[in-house]
Write a protein that binds this ligand. Sequence first.
Ligand SMILES: NC(=O)c1ccc[n+]([C@@H]2O[C@H](COP(=O)([O-])OP(=O)(O)OC[C@H]3O[C@@H](n4cnc5c(N)ncnc54)[C@H](OP(=O)(O)O)[C@@H]3O)[C@@H](O)[C@H]2O)c1
Length: 253
Amino acid sequence: MSYLHDAGNPVAWKEPLMVTRMSSLASPYTALVIGASGGIGAAFCERIEGDDACGRLLTLSRSMDGFDLCDEESVARAAGRIRGAVEHVDLLICATGALTIDGVGPEKTIRAIDQEAMRAQFDLNAIGPALVLKHFAGLLPRDRRAAIAFLSARVGSIGDNRLGGWISYRASKAALNQIVRTAAIEIGRSRPKALVIALHPGTVATGLSADYGAGHDRFSAPESAGKLLDVIDQRPASDSGAFLAYDGSRVDW
Ligand SMILES: NC(=O)c1ccc[n+]([C@@H]2O[C@H](COP(=O)([O-])OP(=O)(O)OC[C@H]3O[C@@H](n4cnc5c(N)ncnc54)[C@H](OP(=O)(O)O)[C@@H]3O)[C@@H](O)[C@H]2O)c1
C-alpha cells in the first residue's frame, strides 16, 4: 500500500494522526485529494492516510507539484497521469479555493467590484472545479459506490444571504453549487451509485479564514475534515447533487 504521493512524485510519509473509516467504499479504495497543500486539504490527507481501508492516496497540489486548477491543460495532464497510474478513483475530494486572490480580498460594497478580481474568483472557485468534473469524472467506477466532493461555502447560498458583501466569492461558490448539481445529474445516469456533492466545511482555522474568522467558532482543519468524511461516508447516492454542511444538514441553495 502506498500512502501519500501524486501520480509521479513521492511525498514524505507522515505518521497518521486521525482515525477515519470510509466504510461505504469498496476496500481497498483509491482516493484523490486535489488541493492537498491547503489547510483542509492536508487534513483530509491525514485522515485518509489513517484509514486502513484506503489502498492508495493520490494528491494534487499547486505548490507541491504545479497542478493549476485555472489552466485546463494542467488539469487534463494531471488526469491523464492519474489514468495511467490507477484504474479508478473511488473517492475524489476537491479542497481548492480562495477568498483572497493576488492580494485582493472580498468586497465590502458593490463599489469595490473589480472585473479582473471577480473573474479570478470564478476561475478558481467555479470553473476550476468544473474542469475537474470534465477531466476526472470518467475515473469513477461505474459498478460500485464512489464519491466526489467539492468544498463550497455557506456564503455561496443565495437563500441564506442576509448580510451582503463578498459578492465575487459568494457568486463564485453559488456557481460552483450549480455546477456540482448539474454534473451530479449527468454522472448519475452512467454511475447510479456515485455521490457528487458540494460541502460547507464550517468556519475552519486555516490561512483562508485567518483574517475573517473573528466572532465565529472555528473548527480545526482535522475536525472539519473528519466531519466532512463522515458526511460523505453516510450519505446515500440518492443525495447526489446536494449542498451539505459539516453536520450533514442541507444548506439552502
Ligand atoms: N477555511 C474556512 O473557514 C472555509 C469556510 C468555508 C469554505 N471554505 C472552502 O474550503 C476550501 C479550502 O479552504 P482552506 O481553508 O483549506 O484554504 P487554504 O488553506 O487557503 O487552501 C486552499 C487550497 O487551494 C489551492 N489552490 C489555490 N489556487 C489554486 C490553483 N490555481 N490551482 C490549484 N490549487 C489552488 C491551494 O494550493 P497552494 O497552497 O498549493 O497554492 C490550497 O491547497 C476552499 O474552497 C474554501 O472556499 C473554507
